[in-house]
Design a protein around this ligand. Sequence first.
Ligand code: ADP
Ligand code: UDP
Length: 236
Amino acid sequence: MKRLTELYAGKAKTVYTTDDPERLILQFRDDTSAFDGEKVERLARKGMVNNRFNAFVMQKLQAAGIPTHFERLLSDTEAVVKRLEMLPVECVIRNISAGSLCRRLGVAEGQELRPPVFEFFLKNDALHDPLINDSHIITFGWASEAEIVRMKQLTSRVNSILEALFAEAGLLLVDYKLEFGRFKGELLLGDEFSPDGCRLWDAATGEKLDKDRFRQGLGGVVESYEEVARRLGIEL
Ligand code: ADP
Ligand code: UDP
C-alpha cells in the first residue's frame, strides 16, 4: 500500500490517503509537542517507538474485543488504519490524580481515584482543548447519546485491559486519552495509544516514564518510552 496525498499534518502524525478509499496511512513523526503546540522538538526515534508501541497496544485491545481502526504496520514509522470520521472529542480516564485535574481542582498529585474519573475534552487547540460534558456534546452535535454511552463503555473497558497489562510490567497507568471515530455505522477506537497520550509511572519508584518528561524538561524522553516498551516485550 502506498501514500497517495497528504490529508492532514497534525502535531505528531501525518495522515495520508491511499488507493483504498477506506484506508489511511498514519505516519508517526519524531515531532513532540506540548502545551497545545507551544513547545515543539524533534526527538530521534520517537516516531518509530510510538508506531510500534501503538501497534502492540491496539492489537492487544483488538484481541480483547475492543474494535479499533488498526490494521497493520507498514514500516518503522507507518501503519495502515481504517479511515474514520473522527468525533471532535477526547476521552480521558484517570486512575491517579495528575496534570490538568490537579490544576483545575486543586487536588494533590498521586491520589488514587476510585472509581476512576472520566472526562470529555473538546479537540480544539485554539481553545486549549476545554473540558466539556455530555450536555455540550449533545447540544452542539459533536456525538449522539448512543455514541457518548459507547465511548464511555469502551474507554472504561480499555482501562481494565491496560491497567492489568501495565501492572504486569511494573507500571501504573495514571491516565490516558482516547479518540473515537465512525466507520460504517460503528464506533472504532482511532488515533494512537502511546506514552505521548498517557501517563505511566514506575510502580516501585514513581518515576515518570511518559510525555511528562518532555513537558517538565526532565530529559530521557524517548529512552523512557523505550524502557516501557522493553518491559512490555515490544520489539523495537
Ligand atoms: P493533532 O491533530 O492533535 O495534532 P496528530 O498529530 O496525532 O494530532 O494527528 C493525527 C490526526 O489524525 C488527529 O487529528 C486524529 O484525530 C486523526 N486520526 C487518527 N486516526 C484516524 C483515522 N483512523 N481516520 C481519520 N483520522 C484519524
Ligand atoms: N492528553 C493527550 N492529548 C491532549 C490532552 C491530554 O494525549 O490533547 C493526555 C495526556 O497525555 C494525559 C491525559 O490525556 O495522559 C490527561 O491529560 P491532562 O488533562 O492532565 O492534560 P495535561 O496536564 O497533559 O495538559
